[in-house]
Design a protein around this ligand. Structure first.
Ligand SMILES: C[S@@+](CC[C@H](N)C(=O)[O-])C[C@H]1O[C@@H](n2cnc3c(N)ncnc32)[C@H](O)[C@@H]1O
Length: 341
């Protein structure tokens, strides 16, 4: 893991556990990003960005919703983010001085469908929350959930790149949250931005997946990709920040003190017959498979399907009823303070 001059590419969009948008969606992002200029100087609360209208986006969000509804998390079938993760955000805020403040400002980075920002807004009526994400399609989902939950008076949303958020003033935010977002962009740049926008002593709460050998899905993605083409560059490694000492060093280098980590497990799985659909159509394998197809490899989808089945069987993830159970999705919940210097 690198803490200076990191070269990690901004990844395709993903949702927990590892849902991905097709890279092709990103050609539509630029016009929305251009709107960020108008948001400058209005921090801390960011204005609602326009709803994306492209058919492709709504199709993509529909596919993502289907994928999420097929994930089973401790019996909570409709959860967008694992309840065990969300609980940690709420508890950390409850322990902090923010819980006693009359008002506090939250910047939720890489919020996708709006988490953990919406959960925090529910738990703390004094929280004013800005949901941000690089992907307008994801953000539209967060906005939809904000409306459904009746939180539009205190929760806004805006397209923003975590690596560079000029629309947010220095030292204007009390709490930055980033749940399973940092592996998908340049974490060094992102952490520096989090530190810049936080007030001195402000709180950073972030979750990362552990190393790939501690996350069943990470292992599967690697093995399927290797079975298809051992020489190809592997798909996006959502577990790349899973080494705790290295990530703590990154926090210190970015200007955070008192970093603490809580290691926990989010077992999850898929309803019968849906794991392969997720892996082939909504995970970081999607751009990987597209690349193999563009290189002229034959029957990529068919071979991928076979590889997925073999890997699921080999590791005994497949249950007799056709459902898939992942027992290990180890995650790291970090709590750190922006230094006073
Ligand atoms: C796994 S999802 C986040 C899930 C969400 N926070 C939750 O806990 O349910 C990762 C998100 O990172 C976003 N993302 C990727 N690159 C980004 C960037 N440079 N800036 C902001 N968001 C980014 C993706 O669009 C995607 O929605």
């Amino acid at each position: 893991m690198v803490c200076a001059g990191d070269t990690a590419k901004t990844a395709t969009a993903t949702l927990s556990p590892f849902i991905a948008l097709h890279g092709s969606c990103y050609k539509y992002i630029r016009p929305y990003r251009a709107r960020l200029g108008s948001l400058r100087a209005r921090a801390p609360l960011i204005k609602m960005s326009a709803e994306p209208t492209k058919d492709e986006w709504s199709d993509r969000v529909k596919a993502l919703k289907t994928a999420v509804s097929n994930i089973v998390m401790d019996g909570d079938k409709d959860a967008v983010t694992h309840p065990r993760t969300l609980k940690r955000y709420v508890e950390a805020v409850r322990r902090s001085p923010l819980a006693n403040q009359a008002e506090f400002y939250v910047l939720d980075v890489a919020s996708a469908a709006g988490e953990p920002g919406l959960t925090i807004a529910h738990a703390f009526p004094q929280a004013r929350v800005s949901l941000t994400d690089y992907s307008p399609a994801m953000l539209a989902w967060g906005k939809e959930r904000t409306q459904e939950q009746g939180l539009t008076d205190r929760v806004t949303s805006a397209v923003a790149n975590a690596e560079h958020m000029p629309e947010i003033r220095d030292a204007s935010i009390d709490l930055v949250t980033c749940s399973y977002g940092l592996p998908f962009f340049d974490h060094v740049k992102g952490l520096r931005e989090f530190r810049r926008v936080l007030k001195p002593g402000g709180l950073l709460l972030a979750t990362n997946w552990a190393r790939a050998d501690e996350v069943d899905l990470g292992l599967i993605l690697k093995e399927v990709a290797h079975a298809l083409d051992p020489d190809a560059a592997p798909p996006l490694d959502a577990c790349r920040l899973g080494d705790i000492p290295s990530f703590k060093q990154c926090l210190t280098a970015a200007g955070f003190d008192h970093a603490e980590v809580d290691i926990f497990n989010n077992p999850n799985g898929f309803v019968p017959g849906k794991a392969a659909e997720f892996l082939l159509h909504s995970s970081p394998l999607v751009p990987f498979l597209q690349k193999l197809e563009s290189q002229g490899q034959e029957n990529v989808q068919g071979r991928a399907r076979t590889a997925v089945d073999e890997v699921l069987r080999k590791h005994q993830y497949l249950q007799p009823d056709g459902s898939v159970q992942f027992d290990r999705t180890i995650a790291h919940f970090y709590e750190a303070r922006a230094s006073h210097q």
